[in-house]
Design a protein around this ligand. Structure first.
Ligand SMILES: CC(C)(COP(=O)(O)OP(=O)(O)OC[C@H]1O[C@@H](n2cnc3c(N)ncnc32)[C@H](O)[C@@H]1OP(=O)(O)O)[C@@H](O)C(=O)NCCC(=O)NCCS
Length: 373
């Protein structure tokens, strides 16, 4: 029996050209480009093009890609009715998962090929913000907002969420958050997408699997949980350090800290930290940033745990007035770019992903007829 690796930690299951996490250095690259350069210079649309095609687009290619995404934002009526009706009270990630699955009812089944997933992927990527925006509004009893083809992916999403044209600053911050979350090696949701694709299932199935994985507290759910901790501290009028200390003493993990691969500061957190401060100052809500800073210093000292991407993203979204429940769906809207790139890579030279378990259950039990059990 091969050695058991719990949580597949350290196991290499694929070769990939899409992104790499340098855990010791705190560095991340997409297709060879440093995340710091992309954060400074690339839009989310440019980033998705880079992840999907391996190259940064030239002006013409970028325009064509932006136009394609913008033209695909509108949801089919039955999917919009589903999101705003039966799914309105569902967990936002459950609603997103179901709505993406429902998109597959439109048009022919996408081919299990790199070309097939890129075509379907543009559709899914374009429509996810519309789903999230419509769901968030339905929950508040508001009608959905029509997508605006003249706005960027990030800008249109904010408008579909709030019903108002976003400020330049909010659009930039959302665009940056989408760039930073777009891919991250073979993380759990990406692995889910690749496992599904490896059976030669289709793009909608792969993304639906991935959304289910991202929903969990140990993965995409952590950004919302950070904000819940901050709110609890505020509601109780508690001291942030004492609060976190009590949680640690009770054996709890503190969301926003620790990582399977990073051993130092997550480079994405550096950018979000900066924006958390900037938006906090712009909106007069610096308390979130200040509380996080206090917790960050304490945990670093006490547990030697560096912050991850989720520590500051929630406070950035909070300063934009976004409900906590939608932080993970925003992560999904971004990571969808990476999922699609990975599914395309998986199809190219596919081998079924099928590990083994070490069986530790009973052996050789004697059969009993039902009346004797
Ligand atoms: C991300 C995460 C799941 C990585 O898990 P992992 O690689 O399996 O690492 P482990 O959970 O085994 O953690 C290793 C050690 O650090 C501790 N640790 C890790 N993250 C911690 C956290 N957020 N708070 C407190 N302690 C933590 C563990 O208790 C463990 O300590 P031990 O060796 O004394 O038992 C984990 O760090 C975590 O749960 N973080 C909080 C959730 C989160 O922010 N997720 C988003 C990730 S981007």
């Amino acid at each position: 029996m091969p050695e058991l690796k719990e949580g597949l930690a350290g196991v290499v299951v694929a070769q990939s050209r899409i992104s790499k996490v340098f855990g010791e250095e705190g560095r991340l690259i997409y297709r060879g480009y440093d995340i710091d350069d992309l954060a400074e210079g690339a839009s989310f649309e440019e980033t998705a093009h880079l992840l999907w095609h391996g190259e940064l687009p030239d002006e013409k290619e970028l325009q064509a890609f932006e136009d394609e995404l913008a033209s695909r934002r509108r949801l089919p009526d039955d999917v919009l009715d589903l999101v705003a009706g039966p799914l309105a009270e569902a967990h936002p990630m459950a609603a997103l998962r179901t709505a993406v699955s429902a998109l597959a009812s439109e048009g022919p089944e996408p081919a299990a090929t790199p070309e097939g997933v890129l075509a379907a992927g543009a559709d899914i990527l374009a429509k996810m913000p519309t789903i999230v925006g419509a769901h968030a509004r339905a929950r508040r009893g508001l009608d959905p907002v029509e997508p605006d083809e003249d706005l960027s992916h990030a800008g249109s999403f904010l408008q579909q969420l709030t019903g108002e044209r976003p400020s330049e600053e909010a659009e930039r911050a959302m665009d940056l958050a989408l760039v930073l979350h777009a891919d991250h090696g073979l993380n759990a949701s990406t692995f889910s997408a690749r496992v599904t694709a490896s059976t030669l299932s289709d793009a909608y199935s792969a993304v639906t699997s991935a959304i289910g994985s991202l929903k969990g507290d140990l993965h995409g759910g952590a950004n919302a949980n950070v904000m819940r901790v901050l709110e609890t501290i505020e509601e109780q009028g508690d001291d942030p350090v004492q609060h976190v200390k009590r949680r640690l003493d009770a054996g709890e993990k503190i969301p926003g800290f620790g990582h399977r691969v990073y051993r130092t500061m997550d480079p994405r957190a550096v950018h979000l930290k900066d924006w958390s401060r900037r938006l906090g100052e712009a909106t007069g809500e610096t308390r979130w940033y200040e509380t996080i800073r206090a917790i960050e210093d304490f945990i670093r000292e006490e547990k030697e745990l560096p912050p991850n991407v989720d520590l500051y993203s929630g406070s950035v979204y909070r300063c934009m007035g976004i409900d906590i429940e939608y932080y993970t769906p925003i992560f999904a809207m971004s990571r969808c770019a990476g999922w699609i790139a990975h599914v395309a890579e998986q199809y190219d030279g596919n081998r079924l992903i099928r590990p083994r378990a070490e069986y530790v259950g009973d052996l050789d039990r004697a059969w009993q007829d039902i009346e004797d059990r």
